[in-house]
Design a protein around this ligand. Structure first.
Ligand SMILES: Nc1ncnc2c1ncn2[C@@H]1O[C@H](COP(=O)(O)OP(=O)(O)OP(=O)(O)O)[C@@H](O)[C@H]1O
Length: 467
């Protein structure tokens, strides 16, 4: 990279970074954004490399800030088409760790086991590296879908002796399991400042296990694992295969439970539905309390958006935008919050007001991914009810205008609302040829422009089908 280009990139980064600082607050910014180093722009594909010092921080930043960083760079530099967040080659800057007897661990010191094994109260690196400071109970919004899981999590963190262990949090992706795991960690640390806690994903656990095995470090690995007061293991569904790693986890669970330690697992499915997990481990995972996190309903989605918005005060977002986001981004909370963040970031970076139009314009990817899958059968049923004709007319050969037009409208809606091809649509309408469907789609498009009644009918049908 030429010197002048490096200077320009540094200047742009300084502006972007400052904007994000205002947005995210000092703590999050200095922890996650400040350490980013900007690489060069690949002239061929427009990719800009952003480097972080550790794998953990790279993953964290990628998960939370990728869209924002990409958007900010796209606005700052027209030639940037995407950003690629990765670990800086050859750099791993986690604190150097020592085993209890003063020796250094034999591996590179960046291992999750080693990191989490530090004395939290002294080094403070569990709270600054392992746990996301923003994922607390205070920031977790409850509703019918998650209140039981949240109560169970609070109890796991607060009481002197846990009434149940392990706690197993079950819920679909993006519904707040990781958030609760981190919140338990924070609350537990607050109640027991010198506690030893360990947070990792099951995948990470497997990697650590294999590394320890290869490096002849199993004694230290086992000792570390058994030394924790609170063990938080995320995404346990990934603990598949590797019988020896599963066995080690099983022994760890037994050892920690025997000492009344706390264990929390999170997964996207019930223990019994975990694939490739040996029965003894399954029985340990389900022997405590299995708490379900259901998909958030619209009320909870709105409450979460409002709570996230309070961080951006005094910026306000019109109520119709909140309503729109909560109503349309239904798949999970991660996308919902991501959508809000993206919208606000875009509005701030371009100096525009947050509005319904802007939301519809800027969130097309998220919105289309969330759009309910409408079937051709559903379309045919709705159209027949609307025009009061028999369902069989959708496939019949009758050419009376009273049935031809509704059939054409249904074909048009099938093209607009489903990913089906013209021939596929034709087959669903009594085996008609694809050219018939193309003709119907063009005709209705044309009629919508010329005939207000037809346009009104189609709008009304669209509303019914998309509600
Ligand atoms: N009830 C809630 N209140 C506030 N924020 C929430 C809530 N539920 C989820 N979130 C937010 O949604 C995002 C996704 O949540 P999280 O990462 O905890 O999901 P997850 O269930 O662990 O997903 P995955 O299975 O994909 O790991 C996070 O930013 C989290 O803070």
């Amino acid at each position: 990279m030429e010197d002048s280009e490096a200077v320009n990139l540094a200047a742009d980064w300084s502006d972007i970074s400052q904007g994000l600082r205002k947005d995210l607050g000092h703590q999050l910014h200095s922890q996650w954004i400040k350490p980013i180093q900007v690489g060069g722009i690949n002239k061929e594909n427009g990719t800009l490399d952003l480097f972080l010092p550790t794998e953990f921080s790279a993953t964290w930043v990628k998960d939370r800030f990728h869209d924002r960083l990409q958007l900010a760079w796209k606005i700052a530099r027209s030639e940037v088409r995407s950003v690629n967040i990765q670990v800086h080659p050859g750099r791993r800057q986690l604190p150097e760790l020592r085993l209890d007897d003063g020796r250094r661990p034999a591996n590179d010191g960046a291992s999750a086991i080693a990191v989490a094994a530090g004395t939290i109260g002294e080094a403070g690196f569990t709270s600054s590296v392992g746990l996301d400071p923003s994922l607390t109970f205070a920031a977790f919004v409850t509703g019918e879908a998650n209140v039981l899981a949240c109560n169970a999590a609070q109890r796991m963190a607060a009481t002197e002796q846990p009434q149940f262990s392990p706690l197993y949090l079950k819920g679909a992706t993006g519904q707040g399991k990781t958030h609760l795991l981190h919140a338990i960690g924070h609350a537990f640390l607050q109640a027991h400042p010198r506690a030893r806690i360990f947070y990792c994903s099951a995948e990470r656990f497997m990697v650590e296990f294999v590394q320890a095995l290869k490096a002849n470090q199993m004694i230290e690995f086992k000792a570390r694992l058994r030394s924790f007061d609170l063990l938080l293991v995320d995404d346990i569904q990934f603990i598949i295969g590797k019988a020896s790693a599963q066995e080690e986890l099983l022994y760890t669970i037994d050892a920690l439970l025997a000492e009344g330690k706390r264990l929390v697992f999170a997964a996207d499915r019930a223990p019994q539905a975990l694939d490739g997990v040996e029965p003894r481990l399954l029985s340990r995972l389900s022997m405590g309390l299995v708490a379900d996190i259901q998909a958030a309903d619209i009320e909870l989605r709105k409450k979460i958006l409002e709570s996230k918005l309070s961080r951006f005060a005094p910026l306000s977002v019109p109520e119709d935008v909140i309503e729109f986001l909560a109503r349309t981004i239904t798949r999970n909370i991660r996308e919902l919050v991501g959508g809000l963040n993206k919208l606000i970031a875009y509005a701030q970076l371009t100096g525009q007001e947050v509005s319904l139009n802007l939301a519809q314009e800027q969130l097309t990817d998220i919105l289309s991914a969330n759009r309910r899958r409408i079937t051709i059968d559903e379309i045919q049923r709705t159209v027949c009810q609307f025009y009061r004709i028999d369902r069989s007319e959708m496939s019949s050969k009758r050419r009376a205008r009273a049935v031809v037009r509704p059939r054409q409208v249904a074909m048009y809606l099938s093209k607009v609302l489903t990913p089906r091809s013209y021939p596929e649509i034709g087959r669903k309408f009594g085996g008609r040829d694809h050219s018939t469907v193309i003709h119907a789609v063009r005709l209705i498009e044309d009629l919508r422009e010329r005939d207000a009644d037809m346009d009104g009918d189609v709008r009304s049908l669209l509303r019914q089908l998309e509600s």
